[in-house]
Ligand binder design. Sequence first.
Ligand code: ZN
Length: 266
Amino acid sequence: MPEQLPGGGPSVAPDGSGLPGQPVAPAPAPVPPAAPAAPAAPATQPAVALRPGTRGKDVKALQRKLRVRGIKVPVDGKYGARTRAGVRILQRKLKMKATGIANAALLAKLGLKVRAVASDPATLTAARYLKVFPVVGEYSYEDDFGDPRGQGAHQGNDIIGTVGMQLVSCVDGTISRLTREETGLGGIWIWIVDGQGNEYYYAHMASISPELKAGSKVTAGQFVGTMGMTGDARGTIPHLHFEVRPNGGGSINPFAELRAVDPKRT
Ligand SMILES: [Zn+2]
């Protein structure tokens, strides 16, 4: 289902990779200016920490590790009060300072390599569904699947940009349905179905490419319309609400898929 505006909760500042939604690592400490006889910088662990307010799959991985150790925290990818409390419990067990922040030392003990996971393209899973990222231009998105929204849990990811930004087909497929008249929460929207029956939903569009109609074939990367803020996104911020529904069933979290085909990922 479509949804309301993205955000609302604490959002995670970009980590410099240009990828919103990744855990924020504190900037490395500035290197002192080279001075004669300056001692060599000590070897330090990577400047990585997960902390309250961080969201995303790395937080989920941390939460799973806590649960494996019998510490009851939700596995929702959101570092809230319960996760902080759980981290404190673990830190006490490990005789570490109970800060509630999962710093590099703690992450290392748990076998979690956050920075590496976030920045190493080789660790990205290949896209199973998407061939092409659905938005062209300067966009941002985060893992906001399942976030509470007015109509319930968010069923897709919101890719934020500007009105008029080009949207392209993410697969080779067929336009199964569309509306150029604002209809329902999605406003102006299209559904694309690929050859395997998987469905892709684009909502809150400003316009749909004039030659498209229900039944039109599209190829991955083909222009299908423009980003807008129609439907219940009106008055919020321009974004594409994007869903992936394998075999036309329930939606899956498309975040990893988007990352896998994101030409701007770092
Ligand atoms: Zn949305």
